[in-house]
Design a protein around this ligand. Structure first.
Ligand code: NAD
Ligand code: MG
Length: 385
């Protein structure tokens, strides 16, 4: 069997590690084209020496000498900087895992889309920011966008073989994050260390904070709006603390289809890697008797305003979701750096949304410009400290 070619954008992250674990278990089935990282040259070189890609790329050019030194004599090309990242993403690959965190992943993901292969998308911020610009590029280049965000992968599976015209509603489940039962007073003094400790999932710092604020679910609502265009009024969110039901689709006859699985990202990643077939994973099988109870409750948009802000941004459309995303990225970084308190994250996003309203972007260049300006606005509104 000819090996399938694969590129992993964001190979050193949490999604990158889960993907590489699956690739490593079936090494003869894969040919790795490119592996990329931000600045961790040592880790990227370790992965590259194991998986033998054509090229390894660090986005941060300052890390290139270290990458070059670590790969010297290996026959694996080393490159650095934004243009090199895009060049690597443009190399033909049967499947590209888009797993860079934040809007930084947008340009390389778009470069991969332009090759017309399969894009397994984890990088929700790119789709939230680019929206129609990205989905139009997918159509134009006959690419296939497969969601690996667990909720969207679940919805994708629940929609398979069914006519979307018969969908009554789509419900995204949310764990509620580590603070779901905290009072407003407790939230006001929540620390970064507490925020990144997710009860069910082991993830990167940014998405862990997003999960604690519920911006993750807000971004996912906008992501779902682009992936499954059934209308915003048919998209719902429900808090499900056990993270066993990954999302649901309700049909007009009253049937609801749900996808269940362990809280292990290797399950949705495997579903994309093998699509439309299936593959084995080493994930522990779901033991519902041991779990015992599955519970559900409505989200609280007073303590967690993020989903309300995201829904409003999706309704406004145009550049608003890109502004929301950029403001959130800046606020999360400031929270992790100890500059602002936890509840200030959503307040800051709301402030930026109310004072920066650019026109709708029509191209990748427009989205990149909106993202840069929104970040500048978000920084300028940050309390000095
Ligand atoms: P992470 O922080 O663990 O890894 C991020 C990766 O992106 C790393 O390889 C890092 O080197 C690279 N990167 C960071 N900044 C970069 C930049 N400026 N330029 C180029 N590369 C850069 O993040 P993660 O948890 O793996 O999440 C990755 C994406 O997947 C995010 O968009 C997240 O929302 C999404 N996602 C993650 C999970 C999860 O379980 N971790 C689940 C669903 C969706
Ligand atoms: Mg998710």
């Amino acid at each position: 069997m000819t090996p399938r070619s694969i590129t992993i954008l964001g190979a050193t992250g949490s999604i990158g590690a889960s993907t590489l674990d699956l690739v490593r278990r079936g090494k003869d089935r894969w040919r790795v084209v490119a592996l990329t990282a931000n600045g961790n040259a040592a880790e990227l070189a370790r992965l590259a020496l194991d998986l033998r890609p054509e090229i390894a790329v660090v986005a941060d050019e300052a890390s290139l000498p270290a990458l070059r030194a670590a790969l010297a004599g290996s026959g694996i090309a080393a490159a650095g900087g934004a243009a090199a990242l895009i060049e690597a993403a443009s190399r033909p690959a049967d499947i590209t895992i888009a797993a860079i965190v934040g809007c930084a992943g947008l340009a390389p993901t778009m470069a991969a889309i332009e090759q017309g292969g399969v894009i397994a998308l984890a990088n929700k911020e790119a789709l939230v920011s680019a929206g129609d610009v990205m989905t139009a590029a997918v159509t134009r280049h006959a690419a296939t966008l497969l969601p690996i965000d667990s909720e969207h992968n679940a919805i994708f599976q629940c929609l398979a073989g069914n006519d979307p015209a018969h969908v009554r509603s789509i419900t995204l489940t949310a764990s509620g994050g580590p603070f779901r039962d905290w009072s407003a007073e407790q939230l006001a003094v929540a620390t970064p260390a507490q925020a990144v400790k997710h009860p069910n999932w082991d993830m990167g710092a940014k998405i862990s904070v997003d999960s604690a604020t519920m911006f993750n679910k807000g971004l996912e609502l906008i992501e779902a709006h682009h992936l499954f265009p059934v209308g915003l009024d048919r998209l719902r969110i429900i808090v499900h603390p056990q993270s066993v039901v990954h999302s649901m689709v309700e049909y007009r006859d009253g049937s609801t289809l749900a996808q269940l699985g362990p809280s292990d990202m290797r399950v949705p990643i495997a579903s994309a890697l093998a699509w439309p077939a299936r593959m084995d994973t080493p994930c522990a099988p779901l033991d519902l008797a041991a779990i015992g109870e599955l519970t559900f409750r409505a989200p609280d948009e007073v303590r967690f305003p993020a989903t309300r802000l995201a829904r409003q941004a999706a309704e406004a459309g145009g550049a608003t979701p890109a502004v929301l995303n950029a403001a959130n990225e800046i606020a999360v970084a400031a929270f992790l750096a100890g500059q602002i308190g936890f509840t200030r994250i959503a307040a800051h996003v709301e402030d930026v949304l109310s004072c920066y309203t650019p026109p709708a972007p029509a191209s990748l260049g427009d989205v990149v410009a909106v993202d840069a300006e929104a970040r500048q606005c978000a920084r300028s509104l940050m309390p000095a400290c």
